[in-house]
Every structure is written in structure tokens, then in C-alpha cells.
Design a protein around this ligand. Structure first.
Ligand code: GRF
Length: 212
């Protein structure tokens, strides 16, 4: 069987950011766009949380925002169908999950194959899920880091685009480690988005090749 392939488009792209919280990764992507480092615009900042600080920041930056209340939907799939409609309406090329704390349904992931990225605060496939900085400390691993990956229905298991490694020190707490990892997140997430719209990201099976 032929191995399925994907090549990212070289174009001025449209991005939708999904977030549920403070939005620091969203800001670094938007900053990189404004500095001319990423050839794209943010067409939508979406949240499942009305009070997400990141939504307010997006409004302050004059970006279009949207909140849909999950409690008004009968199922996760119905919710994701509405989000799909909103994203498609805006002709979005890439969805950047930036602290979006709701698991996407297979319906949604299948609609946007190789068009959803996520940032995760650990070196996947180690420590998927939540509270992973604490899990890394509890395991006693000596290194952790951050991973930018494509999103598939298999949570935190999609093709890995970029990783950054940080050391873990004996006196680290969850907070100090999270802070060290976050600094790396802010470097590799905009970098992955930049490469995507420069047409340099190629996916074959589980492997991602950066064609510089
Ligand atoms: C980050 O640690 C990211 O890795 C994880 O959620 C957190 C979001 O932080 N997916 P922020 O909202 O971007 O500041």
C-alpha cells in the first residue's frame, strides 16, 4: 500500500486559534505574525470558555473571537459540527490548539487532517494527557520538554513536528519546570507555524520531514 503523504501549502495562510485559558502561546504566534515572521493571519480565536483570558487578549488585539457554550449541545459531536462550520466559513488553513482543554471528536479531526497543530508540555509520546510536568517530576526523568504535533483523534499521538528538550533539576517544582518548558513552547510553536506556511512541512505516515 502507498504510504499516505501530506505537504503543507506555501501561501499566505489563515489560522484559527483554539484556546481555553491564558493564551500565552496564542500571543507568541500572533506576535510572530505581526513581526512578519509567519506568512499568515489569524482569522478566528475560538474558545469553549467564555471567561478565557486569551479571548480578551484577542479582542484587545482586534481579532475576531467566538465562544460557543458546550452546555447548549446534546453531544460533543454536535458541538464540533458547529465549530467545523465556523472554521470552514472562514476558509482556515490551519487550526492551532493553544491550551484548548476539550478533546476534539474524530468527526472534527477527520475534517481537518494535517491541518490541526497542538503544543504539549512534554516530550511525546511520553506523558500524554494532563498535569504532565508533575508526571515528569514524579517519574524522575532527567529531561522533559515541549512537542508541537499534528492532531489526530488519538489524543496527543499525532505526527511530531518539532520538539525542544529541557533539563530537570533536583530542586525543580511543577512551577519551575512548567516555566522552563513554556519558554521553549514559545519558540517552537511559532517556528512550526512558520515552516507550515513556507510549504516546508511534509508528513509521511507518522514521520514529519522539514524540507528547508
Ligand atoms: C501550555 O502549557 C500548552 O503546552 C498546553 O496548555 C498550556 C497553554 O498555555 N497545551 P497558554 O494558554 O498558551 O499560556
Amino acid at each position: 500500500m502507498m504510504e499516505e503523504g501530506f505537504q503543507s501549502p506555501k501561501k499566505r495562510g489563515k489560522i484559527a486559534v483554539f484556546l481555553s485559558g491564558r493564551g500565552s502561546n496564542f500571543m507568541t504566534i500572533h506576535d510572530a505574525i505581526q513581526e512578519g515572521k509567519i506568512n499568515a493571519e489569524i482569522s478566528l480565536v475560538f474558545s469553549n470558555k467564555e471567561e478565557a483570558p486569551g479571548l480578551n487578549i484577542a479582542r484587545e488585539r482586534n481579532l475576531e473571537t467566538l465562544f460557543l457554550n458546550p452546555k447548549l449541545y446534546s453531544s460533543r459531536e454536535e458541538y464540533d459540527k458547529d465549530i467545523t462550520r465556523e472554521v470552514k466559513k472562514r476558509d482556515v488553513d490551519l487550526i492551532c490548539l493553544a491550551g484548548y482543554m476539550k478533546i476534539l471528536t474524530p468527526y472534527f479531526c477527520d475534517n481537518f487532517k494535517h491541518c490541526i497543530m497542538n503544543i504539549h508540555p512534554a516530550l511525546l509520546p511520553s506523558f500524554p494527557g494532563l498535569h504532565v510536568q508533575k508526571k515528569a517530576l514524579d517519574w524522575g526523568v532527567k529531561y522533559s520538554g515541549a512537542t508541537v504535533h499534528f492532531v489526530t483523534a488519538d489524543v496527543d499521538m499525532g505526527p511530531i513536528i518539532i520538539q525542544a528538550v529541557v533539563p530537570i533539576f533536583q530542586d525543580d517544582t511543577e512551577d519551575t519546570l512548567s516555566e522552563r518548558i513554556l519558554k521553549e513552547e514559545h519558540k517552537i510553536y511559532p517556528e512550526a507555524v512558520r515552516l507550515f506556511f513556507e510549504g516546508k512541512v511534509e508528513v509521511r505516515g507518522k514521520r514529519v520531514y522539514i524540507r528547508e
